[in-house]
Design a protein around this ligand. Structure first.
Ligand code: ADP
Ligand code: MG
Length: 447
């Protein structure tokens, strides 16, 4: 028997949505306080609550005339994965290497620089790639940009290299969630489970913290995990935090994570950073001197993405200004990555920028810092703001203080100049900017 609430609700959504999400949605109970519904899938329960909660509430109101609270309960379905497995009976199909998601070809053990700090984690990772199931699961955690994804994919590459029959599946947990949603929409949950629970010999899941608080998908993952683990298949998981800090994760899931080997990836030490910088430059055929490499390795710690960013910026600037391995250029680049680079250097630099603008545009500095709206003064002010932000890495707050303007005024000017430069509205503007930057660089190189 279909209740009025269900009929009303059904009229509010398309047939497709109804079939995808509400096919098992039923009324369990209605009392003075609330309406209780049931669905057969934990994930759908979460989804209905977040996506269709207000629609459900509205339908209850329309049907009963009361603003009742509601609750959706999960009633266990029969798990299709425990159905007898027919696949065993079919002819033996030759196993093909299974690479579902694209791997970054550069993320290999060979390209991963490891100092003493990460020697152990590398050794364990290699052993796992060579002998999947050895430490199971393997849980790697640590800060952003320390190489977790790199290592995870290196295991994937190596496992396939060692044993081409090994079926390796690398995914982010977000992808796992999306695949699951997709399979529910398409009515292909069975295939989804077949893929994750049966086909992979090595399952690598990146950024598991994404699933915090997402109950339905955690349950799915829990069953996937158990099935693979029971079959001796290797599971490798990455996270930005230790398993016991995964608040909002089911206890039973956390204890599974802790069952095998848990290791923290360490921030690279100076020598490691040096080697990474050197290799990157070599790859770009750029001649990075030892001095500059040391300077970068000493100053840019932690997140390797920043170190890579800085080196690439240096290479780019070197080609623009035609200066190979120029120490002052390197300092400029570094300054934008390390705000605390020596204060006196930054003062000199600032002084040089202002003087250059004063001379080149023939505007006095007190006018630049003043309130004048005269065209040439505004231009000088804008060039100063733009260069400070864009070429010398000063923060918006810092620039605002310097020229005595609010944060939003600075942002507004920046946007205007950026737009004008990129659309080439005023060709003289980018000329002026380039000339000032070049003059400042030349002056500081000479000093
Ligand atoms: P995470 O997943 O921990 O946030 P990634 O694996 O994405 O970090 O690493 C960020 C970038 O730094 C990648 O380009 C990666 O190749 C590089 N990287 C990190 N650590 C190292 C290392 N030890 N040697 C070489 N490259 C590294
Ligand atoms: Mg990552």
């Amino acid at each position: 028997m279909s209740h009025k609430i269900i009929t009303i609700l059904k009229n509010k959504v398309s047939k497709k949505i109804w079939n995808n999400w509400f096919s098992t949605f039923s009324i369990k109970e209605i009392n003075e306080e609330k309406a209780i519904f049931a669905v057969e899938n934990l994930f759908i329960k979460d989804w209905l609550q977040t996506k269709y909660g207000s629609l459900i509430a509205k339908s209850i109101k329309e049907a009963t005339g009361k603003s009742l609270k509601f609750e959706i309960r999960y009633e266990k379905e029969s798990d299709p994965s425990v159905e007898p497995d027919n696949h065993q009976k079919g002819p033996l199909v030759k196993r093909k290497p299974l690479m579902i998601s694209k791997l970054n070809p550069e993320y290999t053990f060979e390209s991963f620089v490891s100092g003493a700090e990460n020697r152990a984690i590398c050794a364990v990772s290699r052993q796992i790639a060579e002998m999947p199931g050895r430490y199971n699961p393997f849980f790697i955690y640590g800060g952003v940009g320390l190489g977790k994804t790199h290592i995870l994919q290196a295991i994937a590459h190596k496992a396939m290299e060692v044993n081409p029959d090994c079926r390796v599946l690398y995914i982010t947990s977000e992808q796992f969630l999306n695949d699951m949603i997709e399979s529910i929409k398409k009515g292909s949950v069975k295939d989804f489970r077949e893929l994750y629970r049966k086909k992979a010999d090595v399952l690598l899941i990146d950024d598991i913290q994404f699933l915090i608080g997402k109950d339905g998908v955690q349950t799915e993952l829990f069953h996937t995990f158990n099935e693979l683990h029971d079959a001796g298949k290797q599971i490798v998981i990455c996270s930005d935090r230790n398993p016991n800090e995964l608040d909002g994760f089911h206890e039973r899931m956390i204890s599974r994570f802790q069952m095998g080997m848990v290791m923290e990836i360490a921030a690279p030490e100076k020598d490691t950073r040096y080697e990474i910088a050197k290799r990157l430059a070599r790859r770009e055929a750029y001649d990075l001197s030892d001095d500059i490499t040391t300077m970068f390795a000493e100053n840019i710690r932690g997140n390797i993405r920043r170190l890579r960013g800085a080196i690439i910026k240096l290479i780019l600037y070197s080609s623009i200004y035609n200066k190979d391995s120029d120490i002052s250029l390197a300092q400029k680049v570094l300054a934008s990555y390390v705000p605390s680079i020596t204060v006196s250097k930054r003062k000199d630099e600032l002084e040089m920028i202002i003087t250059t603008i004063e001379n080149l545009l023939d505007v006095e500095r007190k006018k630049i810092f003043g309130k004048s709206r005269k065209k040439n003064v505004v231009l000088a002010r804008q060039v100063l703001i733009y260069i400070l932000k864009n070429d010398f890495g000063r923060s918006i707050t810092e620039i605002g203080k310097l020229i005595n303007r609010t944060h939003s005024t600075v942002i507004h000017s920046l946007k205007k100049i950026e737009k004008s430069i990129s659309s080439n509205e005023d060709p003289s503007l980018s000329n002026i900017v380039n000339t000032v930057v070049e003059k400042v660089m030349a002056a500081s190189a000479a000093s």
